[in-house]
Design a protein around this ligand. Structure first.
Ligand code: BGC
Length: 761
């Protein structure tokens, strides 16, 4: 804490300090003018600013000031382009400052555990590495302009069902490797100004009262020095929240008396309260002056609309393109039937607290007419945008069939109606509405040249209808420039370069969390453990509709000359040559996966550890380098409660998706060199393999060391698997227990002297 903050604190009464741990209203922190403490304004994000208008109902979801609606996280992450995420963060900061906003509540980097989560459109990926890298880039951009971010929702908030009360039951390894990893990456690399604790419980304890999460892991281990704000309404016990490390309860409006009373009764250490207030003062120092000065400045909406269109180009994923059906060249003469209401009325963002009031809205139909000419385009809505479960409307289908019959090619805009997905509830299936699929079938029956363009936030299954389409472009939700961007892709003004940030399964029943989502009776068990997304499908070699990382381009790429070499700090330098082997410009997302070939613990068959998005002119080549850090090789050891890298062979797999590996190389890791933590309950095998414990054990219990025969006898193998204390107790003779205790103490002593323990990073 700075001297200035200590002085401010010293001048505040206990009641004033307590009052600063909650907001003034929905969006402002409490000012104390006589102490020189201003109110700080926070606003929702993260795909655009949602600053609630002055006169709105409490949630005010439909009433925000106009702001650029960028592609939501589902599409931003599908761009696999951190530079674009950074640019979006910067742009949102400019708009935030123009509205006097100091902190934007984003990014959302929760893992997509199930495709059913109603809020998946607001989250990045099923993979923590990708979510972390894209989240970090967004934060870097936002914070480079002096606006604070709020990483959300921490932690294990992966569903909307019972989101205010559910207890996520997750083992520590799964938490560390999957659900905390993206947060850890952003905290360690970006110094985020704030982090938002989630509504749910984690293993039975409210996230808002979880000292281990909010203080021990977040601050003590990762070095977070910002402010923890509660999700709106997440705090159930004000004093317990402050004690756990939640500094600010939002929204305001409740009584602060419990916090002051807890200090008076001795239940809450005043120093802990002072620390929370100190963090608010630090946040004010960091973000308030620029926000106040920025109010009324130019929000640069025109430039940001252009940026939103560029991001949309890179966020859409071309799933299939048989015979090169797409693009429909503007220079050609083919006529195009544009079918589907989404072409005229775009679905471009999801519902809930992230809902932005766009500044402009492009429609794909207008943009296609502008690109191809009115004579070449005929539109038929095909269906309406209600829920779509009522089945097909015969008149609309007939009109679409007539348009398709008369045209050379058809582009069919299908998607999820807005009512099907939102913050606040989960979906129950991943199907497109039957009414829309009936239109597709009818159209495909009269014209085989059908391209489908999808608009959906959570993924939809394609297996049951994709044979009726020669091309499928997954447009996700692409923000306010969605229509123009989709038209650019359809006519080839831009080449698709998005890649799947989540696996598209064949059926909902195939998804790894299927048996455990969304739980019941306010408990959800993360029973699939670390096997989320491709970690599950690829490890078990299960068929999928489209794998993680998949996405086509209008050109093709070759990978050559892969090299991989371990670096002194435990990282690895990977390089290869990428060539655009087609005839148009395009971008490839080269993905690097790591496989622990000799793992002694169960691990996913491979995990994403790096990637590079490379734009190449036709015929051009580039030597690409990707730096992997030590974590790329590590797993969370439950036994040692730390990240571990095992010695042995690792395969570096480079390719265009998790199922399209184009080149592999092998590196031999010496391991992290940190001996395992030995206890009396450790197995004899662990003892014997230990550099210090092995010789000590052999001396104390020579019979356990075996006779060195290969292969070891069945007896030796049995003994190796038994806990030392048990073996010693059964056959070690008198005083064996004491000797085991001595061994444990000697090993602990040696580890202490060698400085063992702690995190390898
Ligand atoms: C959401 C947060 C949001 C907050 C403020 C909550 O319901 O979960 O993501 O930032 O409301 O609108």
């Amino acid at each position: 804490m700075t001297d200035a903050h200590a002085e401010t604190l010293a001048g505040l009464t206990l009641e004033q300090k307590a009052s600063l741990t909650s907001g003034a209203d929905f969006w402002l922190t409490k000012p104390i003018p006589e102490a020189g403490i201003p109110a700080l304004r926070v606003s929702d994000g993260p795909h655009g600013l949602r600053k609630q208008g002055e006169r709105s109902e409490a949630l005010g979801l439909g009433n925000a000031v106009p702001a650029t609606c960028f592609p939501p996280a589902v599409a931003l992450a599908s761009s696999w382009n951190p530079a674009l995420a950074r640019a979006v963060g910067e742009a949102i900061a400019v708009e935030a400052h123009s509205e006097g906003v100091a902190v934007v509540l984003g990014p959302g980097i929760n893992i997509k555990r199930s495709p059913l989560c109603g809020r998946n459109f607001e989250y990045m990926s099923e993979d923590p590495f990708l979510a972390g890298v894209m989240g970090a880039a967004w934060v870097a951009g936002l914070q480079s302009q002096g606006v604070g971010c709020s990483l959300k929702h921490y932690a294990a908030n992966n569903q909307e069902t019972d989101r205010f009360v559910v207890s996520a039951e997750v083992d520590e390894r799964t938490l560390r490797e999957i659900y905390l990893a993206a947060f850890e990456h952003v905290v360690r690399t970006q110094r985020p100004a704030t982090l938002m604790c989630s509504y749910n419980k984690v293993n039975g304890t409210w996230a808002s009262q979880h000292h281990w999460l909010q203080t021990e892991v977040l601050r003590d281990e990762w070095g977070f020095d910002g402010l923890v704000v509660s999700d709106w309404g997440a705090v159930n016990d004000r004093a317990a929240a402050v004690a756990a490390g939640v500094d600010l309860t939002m929204p305001g409006g409740g009584s602060d008396a419990p916090v002051a009373e807890a200090v008076r009764s001795g239940a809450l250490d005043e120093a802990v309260l002072d620390r929370a207030v100190g963090r608010l003062l630090a946040l004010i120092d960091r973000t308030h002056a620029a926000a106040a000065a920025g109010a009324g400045s130019d929000p640069a909406h025109d430039a940001h609309h252009a940026l939103a269109r560029q991001v949309a180009h890179e966020g859409a994923v071309l799933l299939k393109n048989d015979g090169g059906l797409l693009p429909f060249a503007p220079g050609g003469s083919e006529t195009v039937a544009v079918v589907g209401e989404f072409a005229r009325t775009p679905r471009y963002q999801g519902a809930g607290s992230s809902q932005v009031t766009h500044t402009r809205l492009d429609s794909a139909l207008d943009a296609l007419v502008a690109a191809l000419g009115e004579d070449r385009v005929r539109f038929a809505p095909g269906f309406t945008l209600d829920d779509g479960d009522g089945g097909p409307d015969p008149a609309l289908v007939a009109e679409a069939v007539e348009a398709a019959q008369a045209a050379d090619v058809v582009v069919c805009f299908l998607g999820l109606p807005a009512a099907r997905e939102s913050e606040g509830f989960d979906r129950t299936d991943i199907l497109l509405p039957a009414g829309q699929l009936a239109v597709l079938a009818a159209v495909a029956a009269v014209n085989p040249a059908v391209a489908v363009v999808l608009s959906n936030g959570g993924l939809v299954s394609v297996a049951e209808w994709q044979d009726e389409a020669r091309a499928v472009l997954e447009g996700w939700l692409l923000g306010q420039a969605s229509g123009a961007a989709l038209a650019d892709l359809v006519v080839g003004a831009a080449s698709p370069s998005g890649r799947l940030a989540e696996t598209i399964p064949l059926r909902l029943e195939d998804t790894p969390s299927y048996l455990h989502f969304p739980g019941a009776e306010q408990v959800v068990v993360y029973g699939e453990t670390v096997y989320v997304g491709y970690r599950y499908y690829d490890t078990l070699d299960r068929p999928v509709a489209y794998p993680f990382g998949h996405g086509l381009s209008y050109t093709t790429f070759a990978y050559d000359d892969l090299r991989a070499s371990l670096e002194p700090g435990g990282g690895c330098a990977v390089s290869f040559t990428l060539t655009n082997t087609g005839s148009v410009a395009g971008a490839e997302v080269a993905q690097v996966y790591v496989r622990d070939v000799e793992a002694t613990v169960d691990r996913p068959v491979h995990e994403l550890a790096g990637f590079a998005k490379v734009h190449l002119a036709p015929g051009a080549s580039e030597r690409v380098t990707v730096a992997l850090d030590e974590r790329a090789f590590a797993y969370w050891s439950v036994r040692d409660r730390r990240w571990r890298v095992e010695a042995g062979e690792f395969e570096i797999r480079v390719g265009a998706s998790s199922r399209d590996i184009r080149a592999t190389a092998t590196v031999l890791s010496p391991g992290d060199g940190v001996p395992v933590t030995l206890t009396a309950m450790s197995s004899v095998g662990d003892w014997l393999d230990h550099p210090v414990g092995g010789p000590l054990l052999a001396e104390a219990f020579p019979v356990l060391a075996g006779d060195g025969s290969h292969p070891p006898s069945a007896f030796e193998r049995m003994v190796r698997g038994m806990p030392l204390v048990k073996v010693a107790g059964m056959g070690g003779g008198r005083g064996a227990g004491a000797r085991v205790r001595e061994l444990v103490a000697a090993v602990a002593d040696a580890a202490g002297r060698a400085g063992g323990g702690g995190d390898p990073r």
